[in-house]
Design a protein around this ligand. Sequence first.
Ligand SMILES: Cc1cc2nc3c(=O)[nH]c(=O)nc-3n(C[C@H](O)[C@H](O)[C@H](O)COP(=O)(O)OP(=O)(O)OC[C@H]3O[C@@H](n4cnc5c(N)ncnc54)[C@H](O)[C@@H]3O)c2cc1C
Length: 438
Amino acid sequence: MTKRILIVGGGYVGLYTALKLQRKLRGPLKRGEYKITVVEPESYMTYQPFLPEAAAGNLEPRHVVVPLRKVLKRCEVITGRVTGIEQAAKTATVQVTATEFREISYEVLVVAVGSISRTLPIPGLAEHGVGFKTVEEAILLRNQVLGHLDRAAATLDPEERRRSLTFVVVGGGFAGVEALAEMEDMTKDALKLYPELTDKPRWVMVEATEKILPEVGPELGVYTVERLRERGIEVYLNTRLESAEKCHIVLSNGESFDAATLVWTAGVKPHPLLQKTDLPLDDKGRLKATAELTVEGHPLVFAAGDNAAVPDLTKPGEFTAPNAQHAVRQASTLAGNVHAALHGKGLKPYKHAYAGSVASLGLHKGVAQIYGVKLRGLPAWLMHRTYHLSRVPTFNRKVRVALDWTLALFFRRDLVALGALQHPYEEFELATGQRKAS
Ligand SMILES: Cc1cc2nc3c(=O)[nH]c(=O)nc-3n(C[C@H](O)[C@H](O)[C@H](O)COP(=O)(O)OP(=O)(O)OC[C@H]3O[C@@H](n4cnc5c(N)ncnc54)[C@H](O)[C@@H]3O)c2cc1C
């Protein structure tokens, strides 16, 4: 009988695990001894480090995602959402439509659902905030920012203009700093098309701790704050968002103002699906993983990436940080260990010393710290692009991304707001006089 390897989640860990396993198990898959099933709500994997560039129009959003069916030709891909896992019965429940649920049984399980934005019960945040983890959010944000420039240029009301031109990003990690820096760069470019706009856009970064970009170390974190402030961006450290009701921003440092755009990137937490399993979790809600990337007490259940507490063998007592560098490398070890477990061989522990980080601060600007070497400005930005180009999965995506960047050398970025994408039925509803049934 065919044994199923079920991979829950088609992000970094899920995709890279499936890619390696379909290569390693080529023969057994052909003979029908095994089947690899990947369940993912989207039909693609998102290369998240490119989201800021997609939001800023330097990259075409479709080029920062990898279509799963195209690259996982020897796997079964189910577009759906796992809603529960019962390891005791070795079954997972998958929601494939609003009303249809499928039970899928498995022999080997890989849990790779990553994390979700960590939010706080701040008044107005749920109504007015947007996260920055998906390509849909990146597209929305780009349309929103450019749409607000159009609105600010059109309105005669100075208060509305100020509100439209005020953009707030909460959270000074990778996602927040890169998103803010790239989009501020984009608005500077865009303003050349709005000669009637004499008010300058106001960009505000709010960070609850005393530093931003902890991934590149304190020195480069301070450098980043200085560069952002030089660009006129307000950076508030040791400051929290207290309220955002009716788009009125109140900060813990006493500042308050209206802002039409609020981006929330203040950290992540393990995916809530993990609570709907009978697998062991740690106090932060992550799967308790061993160094071999199995889940404690379950030799044929594997976990890695943002949803797992993986012991960091290079720093005893600590766990590996939730980032792409670990996720990709863990996926490789994990796939090797699944293969070894199926063939009765010993499993290898995951051990990787963090190599450092690169971050873009807009066109031709960046910071990087690789193996202790610190880079700033253009060299860091080039390092950022080279590193991520080498990392984005598949040759096809590498070529498309490289072409986008090459085209940008000759043509200015596209600065059109396709805000109507959020309301695609509006035109036809106007024609028919009826609201579309959803
Ligand atoms: C904007 C941004 C920029 C970043 N930049 C960097 C960077 O420069 N360097 C770096 O090292 N890290 C970076 N990161 C972090 C990095 O992207 C994550 O650490 C990495 O994606 C974790 O991989 P993962 O496989 O654990 O989770 P993910 O890649 O998030 O994959 C999880 C997958 O599970 C799917 N899923 C969710 N729920 C279900 C369900 N119920 N059933 C089935 N599937 C489900 C999701 O759709 C997703 O595809 C960045 C993150 C963001 C958001």
